[in-house]
Design a protein around this ligand. Structure first.
Ligand SMILES: Nc1ncnc2c1ncn2[C@@H]1O[C@H](COP(=O)(O)OP(=O)(O)OP(=O)(O)O)[C@@H](O)[C@H]1O
Ligand SMILES: [Mg+2]
Length: 438
């Protein structure tokens, strides 16, 4: 029988595409697209396809500007914990859109680079942290397991982890049949008492022991930490406290709204000694400029000094706004350098996008009574305001407004700055509300 011979497939060499050339338009590869793309792109050098800016929740910015101090601090935390030195866990706080999630994700990458086990959760007000902590530590151990020499140690820990997860009270009530995808039998007698404080402590100690075998650590990241339920906060602090005494290499790294430190200290008075607080804020002028210039530079685009002035005035250094204004300015600019005129032309569009995506989506979550409360706050001013002044403004008794205030705090729209004072968690929210019909 004659053999079928298949002729070798000869692949034509791919055309060389370089970014400097404007890969999307000038290379032969995209030559056929040139005409349809031109009317959309309009400009030759400021190409919307290569727009580097990234406004969005947790979106990794093209340049993480102005956070060197926090990164250095975390580097030291990692090093000290790995060496078994006493060290406090870190908690990052700040307003909405200031870059907490992005910083937490960067910390996570730093820990992973050191071959630590890592896991991350996002706290929710209506949920106990038991399951999510179990899932996050499961991830962390999966990262470490392939390097561990004694598989039975890993299995033993997974048994404890499974028992811990299965003590979820909602699962016991039959409201859920969730059980972790861990294919070892659940252990007995460790981390399964049903008391979260005891269980979390035992789980952390055991997880830390696995990491110790490898000479690394485990980092558990908790975003929106202010939403952890009160009993769980207390259990978490107690577990961290225990761990800090035993020197186990496991740290909890949190991020949350500015009132998070008071949430933690209301739960355990020693929490201030447990966590190192890093408040992050708007970027200063130099950092805000860097956040815009550095990504543009890699695309061969520049800004005039006046454009940077106008952008700083518009974005006020808030990272989310820096990305939002930068993105629209880039899309509408015809050529490099981007000028103050480009900013003037593009600002209304950026504001419109922010009004819908950043402010509007949050405003929508408030009930009519909560909206009245926020409008009253906004009419007083942009600084933290006294709750008694809000009540006066609405012609009501302060006590009758407590439900609206408390639920706004729960929804993360306002926070209690200090006793008797409240403020918006969203930067420029007062200005936005004043521009809305009451
Ligand atoms: N250091 C930075 N430099 C430049 N841009 C940044 C920086 N940090 C964050 N951003 C940008 O700001 C935006 C918001 O970041 P992020 O979601 O991390 O904020 P957040 O504080 O977690 O907000 P929220 O409280 O709403 O969760 C993202 O678009 C991100 O790219
Ligand atoms: Mg966030």
């Amino acid at each position: 029988m004659a053999m079928l011979t298949v002729p070798p497939v000869v692949l034509a060499p791919l055309p060389r595409v370089s970014v400097e050339d404007g890969a999307t338009r000038r290379s032969a590869f995209y030559g056929n697209l040139r005409r349809p793309l031109y009317p959309v792109i309009k400009s030759e050098t400021v190409d919307p396809v290569r727009n580097p800016y990234a406004p969005g929740a947790g979106q990794r910015p093209p340049e993480l500007a102005g956070r060197d101090r926090e990164l250095q601090q975390f580097e030291i935390v990692l090093e000290r914990v790995a060496r078994g030195r006493p060290e406090r866990s870190m908690v990052v706080t700040g307003l909405r859109g200031v870059g907490k999630t992005v910083l937490l994700n960067t910390f996570k990458s730093m820990a992973m680079q050191r071959l630590w086990g890592t896991g991350k959760i996002e706290a929710r007000p209506e949920q106990s942290i038991r399951r999510s902590v179990a899932a996050a530590l499961h991830m962390a151990i999966r990262e470490l397991a392939p390097r561990h020499r004694a598989p039975e140690r890993i299995e033993e820990f997974l048994g404890v982890l499974k028992a811990f997860a299965m003590r979820d009270p909602s699962a016991a009530k039959g409201t859920s049949h969730w059980s972790p995808a861990i294919d070892v039998p659940a252990g007995r007698g460790r981390a399964d008492s049903g008391d979260l404080e005891i269980d979390l402590t035992e789980l952390f100690v055991d997880a830390a022991a696995v990491a110790t075998d490898l000479g690394v650590g485990i980092a558990l990241f908790i975003d929106e930490m202010q939403d952890v339920q009160a009993p769980d906060v207390s259990a978490l602090c107690a577990a961290c406290h225990e761990l800090s005494q035993s020197g186990g290499p496991l740290i909890v790294v949190g991020a949350g709204l500015p009132h998070l430190p008071s949430v933690l200290s209301a739960s355990k008075s020693y929490s201030e000694r447990l966590f190192r607080y890093a408040r992050i804020d708007r970027l200063d002028r130099e950092a805000a400029d860097l956040a815009l210039i550095a990504p543009a530079e890699s695309e061969g685009v520049e800004f005039t000094p006046e454009a940077l002035d106008a952008l700083y005035e518009a974005a006020d250094g808030y990272p989310y706004f820096v990305q939002a204004y930068g993105k629209v300015a880039w899309d509408l600019a015809l050529r490099s350098p981007i000028t103050a005129d480009d900013i003037r032309v593009s600002a209304p569009e950026a504001e419109e996008e922010l009004a819908v995506g950043f402010f509007g989506s949050r405003y929508e979550r408030a009930t009519p009574a909560e909206r009245d409360y926020m409008h009253a706050m906004a009419s007083i001013g942009d600084e933290p305001v006294a709750t008694s002044d809000v009540a006066d403004g609405l012609g009501r008794k302060p006590s009758s407004l407590s439900p609206a205030r408390d639920s706004l705090i729960k929804k993360g729209l306002i926070y209690s700055a200090e006793r008797g004072l409240i403020a918006f968690t969203v930067p420029h929210f007062g200005k936005f509300l004043r521009s809305q019909p009451v």
